[in-house]
Design a protein around this ligand. Structure first.
Ligand code: SDX
Length: 425
C-alpha cells in the first residue's frame, strides 16, 4: 500500500475528504472509499464497472493488452506448457508444483472422483429434458448434505479437502448430468485415465462399449478446462465470494457460482454462440445479422463477442481458435460449415466500424462451442463444461477470502422510491 491520496470535495461538506490510494503489483491504483459512509456518502457504480471488490493475488487481466496472468504466468504459456491439474494447483497454492507435489495432487484428485452413491438419487427428480445447468446447480448444491466431516470453513485442512472434492467430482457430476439427459447409465470414473480423458470416458463410454480416448481430443478437452479455470472477479466468481462472505459452506457457494454462470451474458454465451450460428444458418446471412447486432432497437447481440474487461483480443480466444483448428483437422471436419461461418463472421465483425469503435473482439466463448460440438458434446451441456473448468478459480477465490480477514459483503444503494408516508387512517 502507498501513502498516495485522492482529494474529494463535496458540495455541502465543509472540508474536502482525503481518501487513501492503494497501489497493486501491476494494474490501476484503487481509491479506498470505505470511509465515505461515515460522511453520509456512498459510491454509485451499477455493474461494478469501476469498482474493485477485493484485494487478490490469483489472476490479473489487462484488457487493453489482452493479458491474462494466473499467479503471474501468462495464459498462453500455461496453455502451451502446463495442463489443467497443474494450473488448478497453481491457482490454489500460488506456485507451480514440483514433480512430487504434482504427482501427489494428481493422485489425490484421481482418488476423489467417485461421488456418494446416494447422490445418484437426486437425478431421478429431474425431467430427462431438464436444462443440464439446472441439474448441475441442484446436484452440486446437494453435496453440502454429504460432507459434514469437513465443513468447518475456519479449518485450513477442511477447506483443502473441500477443494479436492469439488475439483475431483465436478467432471463426474457433469458427465452424470449428460448421461441422465440421454437415458444412459452413469459411467464410473477410471483411475487409470487423465483428468480430461476420464471426463470423456464418463461422457461417452457405455456398458456395451468402452470409449477409446483420442490423445488429440484429450489434450483439447484439457486445454478447454485450463482456459476456463479462472478469470479474476467475473460475475460468477464475485457471486461465490459474496456467498462465501456469509460463511456458507463451499458446496453451496459453488452452486451459487454455477447459477450466476448460467446467464447468456456470462458462461451461457458458449451455448448462445452455437444457437446464434444455427440461426444465421448460412454465410450469406452474416451481414444481415451483423446489422441486427448493431441495431439498438434489436435485442440481438453477437454472442461470443465483447467483454467487460478485454478491449483488445481475449488471449483465451486466440488459443481456443488454434485448438479448434487442431480438433477439426483431427476429426476431418476442417471444412465444418459452422467453423467456416464463425471465421467469416469474426472477419466481417473485426472489420466493421461498430465493433472496432466499441473494441468488441471474440471472447473465450466464441470458439469453445465449436470444439465441444465437434467432440460430440451437445450445446446445452456447454455451460456445464464451463462450470467444471471454472471450479478451481471459484475455489481459489473462496479460499483466498476465507483464509484472510473478510467481512460479509453488503452493498448499499441509491434509494429513489417513495418518501416516508403514513398508512392511510
Ligand atoms: C464471459 O467477466 C468475465 O471475465 C467473464 C468471462 C469469464 O471468463 O468469466 O470472460 C466469461 O462471460 C465472456 C463474455 C460472454 N458473453 C457474451 O459473449 C455475450 C455477448 N457479449 C455482450 O453481452 C457484452 O459484450 C458483455 C456482457 C460481455 C459485456 O457487456 P458490458 O461490459 O456491460 O458492455 P456493454 O453491454 O456496455 O456494451 C458496450 C457497447 C454497447 O453499445 P453502446 O450502448 O455503447 O452503443 O457495446 C455493445 C453494447 O450494445 N455491445 C455489443 C456486444 N457487446 C457489447 N453489441 C453487439 N454484440 C455484442 N456482443
Amino acid at each position: 500500500m502507498t501513502d498516495k491520496q485522492a482529494q474529494l470535495t463535496v458540495d455541502g461538506l465543509d472540508s474536502s475528504l482525503n481518501l487513501p490510494i492503494h497501489t497493486g503489483t501491476i494494474g490501476p491504483d484503487v481509491v479506498d472509499v470505505s470511509s465515505l459512509t461515515a460522511k453520509g456518502l456512498f459510491t454509485f457504480d451499477p455493474g461494478f464497472v469501476s469498482t474493485a471488490s477485493c484485494e487478490s493475488k490469483i489472476t490479473y487481466i489487462d484488457g487493453d493488452k489482452g493479458m491474462l496472468l494466473h499467479r503471474g504466468y501468462p495464459i498462453e504459456q500455461l496453455a502451451e506448457h502446463s495442463d489443467y491439474l497443474e494450473t488448478c494447483y497453481l491457482l490454489i497454492y500460488g506456485e507451480l508444483p514440483n514433480a512430487e507435489q504434482k504427482e501427489k495432487f494428481t493422485r489425490t484428485i484421481t482418488q476423489h472422483t467417485m461421488v456418494h452413491e446416494q447422490l445418484t438419487k437426486f437425478f431421478g427428480g429431474f425431467r430427462r429434458d431438464a436444462h443440464p445447468m439446472a441439474v448441475m446447480c441442484g446436484v452440486v448444491g446437494a453435496l453440502s448434505a454429504f460432507y459434514h466431516d469437513a465443513m468447518d470453513i475456519s479449518n485450513e485442512r477442511h477447506r483443502e479437502i473441500a477443494a479436492f472434492r469439488l475439483i475431483s467430482k465436478m467432471p463426474t457430476i457433469a458427465a452424470m448430468v449428460y448421461k441422465y439427459s440421454i437415458g444412459q447409465p452413469f459411467a464410473y470414473p477410471r483411475n487409470d485415465l487423465s483428468y480430461a480423458g476420464n471426463f470423456l470416458h464418463m461422457m461417452f463410454s457405455t456398458p456395451c462399449e468402452e470409449y477409446k480416448v483420442n490423445p488429440v481430443l484429450e489434450k483439447a478437452m484439457d486445454r478447454i478446462f485450463l482456459l476456463h479455470a479462472d478469470h479474476e472477479q467475473n460475475a460468477s466468481t464475485s457471486t461465490v465470494r459474496l456467498a462465501g462472505s456469509s460463511g456458507a459452506n463451499p458446496f453451496a457457494c459453488i452452486a451459487a457460482g454455477i447459477a450466476a454462470l448460467w446467464g447468456p451474458a456470462h458462461g451461457g454465451a458458449n451455448e448462445a454462440v452455437l444457437t446464434m450460428l444455427a440461426e444465421i444458418g448460412d454465410e450469406a446471412n452474416i451481414e444481415k445479422f451483423i446489422e441486427k447486432a448493431k441495431d439498438k432497437n434489436d435485442p440481438f447481440r453477437l454472442m461470443g463477442f465483447g467483454h467487460r474487461v478485454y478491449k483488445n483480443f481475449d488471449p483465451r480466444a486466440t488459443v481456443m481458435r488454434q485448438t479448434c483448428d487442431e480438433v477439426l483437422n483431427e476429426l476431418g471436419l476442417h471444412n465444418d460449415p459452422l467453423f467456416r461461418m464463425a471465421k467469416k463472421l469474426e472477419k466481417i465483425a473485426l472489420e466493421d466500424e461498430y465493433f472496432i469503435e466499441r473494441k468488441l473482439y471474440p471472447n473465450v466463448d466464441f470458439y469453445s462451442g465449436i470444439i465441444l460440438k465437434a467432440l460430440g458434446i451437445p450445446t446445452e451441456m456447454f455451460t456445464v463444461i464451463f462450470a467444471t473448468g471454472r471450479t478451481p478459480g471459484w475455489i481459489a477465490h473462496w479460499h483466498e477470502m476465507i483464509s484472510g480477514s473478510y467481512r460479509i459483503g453488503r452493498p448499499r444503494q441509491l434509494y429513489t422510491g417513495a418518501a416516508p408516508r403514513d398508512y392511510p387512517a
